[in-house]
Design a protein around this ligand. Structure first.
Ligand SMILES: [Zn+2]
Length: 288
């Protein structure tokens, strides 16, 4: 235990989760990602040969340059359950989502409205899904105690979460303190695997969603705000691919019901390494 901290998973900001006009830049199911179902550009070489037929390379000339996995989109129902929505997306992608089993798993694991990344790892384990949870802090980081996002239930949660970390090995939940690179993530996706990542939603900006222009209380009326969002807003997303040529990464944001999102690798890196995330990433394997 080195000053653990688990990131609390998220409490997505409501503004992001609501309505939001459908962005015209988002591909429609007809023209975009859905149409590409089954055309995942996998890792190439021998790696691709282990994939189910629907993941075989369509363009063998560019192995691993373009990956877009057919991860279904499931929207979160409340402000606090983005991690559960992400877990459902992943389980459905693996062909293992059964709604009643999922509900009973939540009861069995005693998951409440405070969902941490370690809870998602236990969920994967519960369903026998091969996983690997990488984090910078094996437990709860006490430094988060005064962050507004974490403050509300910090003390009770700290005990519960630290216990989950302590029992992980015995429960066959794979947790490692390690640093993950973008290349590691791309190699993982190229093999048809997916990942749930904890990000600061105030930092993550989708290039496809039309974001409302924000005006600042300190700027003259009508002037755009360039302030950085100061507070951490934990949010889970599901990674599903990338385009090496354009340097972007594709993900499902459970705040939305109708779209796949995309952002630059640099923005993604900033959002997932932002203070408060502990760089939590839960790798999930297709061959589970
Ligand atoms: Zn988007």
């Amino acid at each position: 235990m080195t000053g653990p901290r688990c990131r609390r998973k998220h409490r997505p900001s409501g503004r992001q989760g609501q309505s939001g006009a459908r962005a015209s830049k988002h591909p429609t199911p007809e023209t975009g990602w859905t149409a590409r179902r089954g055309s995942v550009a996998a890792g190439g070489g021998t790696e691709g040969q282990d994939l189910p037929s629907q993941f075989k390379l369509r363009n063998p000339a560019a192995p691993g340059d373009f990956v877009q996995l057919p991860v279904p989109i499931i929207q979160q129902l409340y402000h606090w359950d983005c991690g559960l929505a992400c877990s459902r997306m992943v389980l459905r992608y693996l062909g293992q989502l059964d709604d009643s089993e999922f509900e009973s798993a939540l009861r069995e694991l005693r998951l409440t409205k405070s969902i941490w990344t370690i809870d998602l790892a236990y969920l994967m384990r519960h369903f026998g899904v091969r996983h690997r949870f990488c984090t910078q802090t094996l437990g709860v980081d006490k430094g988060y105690k005064n962050q507004s996002f974490y403050r509300k239930h910090f003390d009770t949660e700290e005990t519960r979460v630290n216990q989950l970390f302590a029992q992980a090995k015995a429960c066959k939940v794979l947790v490692e303190k390690c640093t993950v690179s973008v290349q590691d993530i791309q190699a993982h996706l190229a093999q048809g695997h997916v990942a749930i990542v904890l990000v600061n939603s105030g930092v993550l900006h989708c290039d496809l969603c039309s974001s409302p222009v924000k005006y600042c209380c300190f700027a003259p009326s009508g002037h755009r705000c360039f302030c950085r969002t100061p507070d951490y807003q934990g949010h889970f997303i599901v990674l599903r691919g990338y385009n090496r040529a354009t340097g972007c990464i594709f993900y499902n944001n459970p705040a939305y019901a109708d779209r796949m999102c995309s952002t630059s690798l640099s923005n993604f890196e900033e959002a997932r390494t932002s203070y408060g995330t502990d760089e939590d990433i839960l790798f999930v394997y297709l061959d589970s």
